[in-house]
Design a binder for this molecule. Structure first.
Ligand code: ZN
Length: 102
């Protein structure tokens, strides 16, 4: 049985620091696997453009893996406010870490 849901893919280091994330609607978990390739491709482009580091900014690991999870949201419109708030908090945490790095 398929049911439209928002899936989230995260690029994580071994300590589960999130490097990058992406979300999209899919009908099945199998279809959502496409997010993995998209996230890998996007991350490669960001590293090549020097927008992203090639290591975790917190623990310096270069060993990443992707996890895909289903959310309770049925549409991106429904998920967007929560995703934007999470993004805002992550950017604030990133700015804090940058300003307190030796
Ligand atoms: Zn890390």
């Amino acid at each position: 049985m398929s049911e439209r849901r928002v899936y989230i893919a995260q690029l994580l280091c071994p300590k589960r620091h999130a490097i990058l994330g992406a979300a999209e609607e899919f009908d099945t978990a199998e279809a959502a696997e496409a997010l993995s390739k998209q996230l890998e491709q996007f991350y490669s482009e960001l590293v090549a453009a020097k927008v992203c580091r090639s290591s975790c900014a917190i623990c310096q690991s270069r060993d990443f893996h992707i996890e895909i999870a289903v959310t309770g949201f049925r549409s991106m419109a429904e998920a967007k406010p929560v995703l934007l708030e999470t993004e805002r908090r992550n950017l604030a945490a990133q700015a804090f870490l940058k300003s307190h790095r030796n």
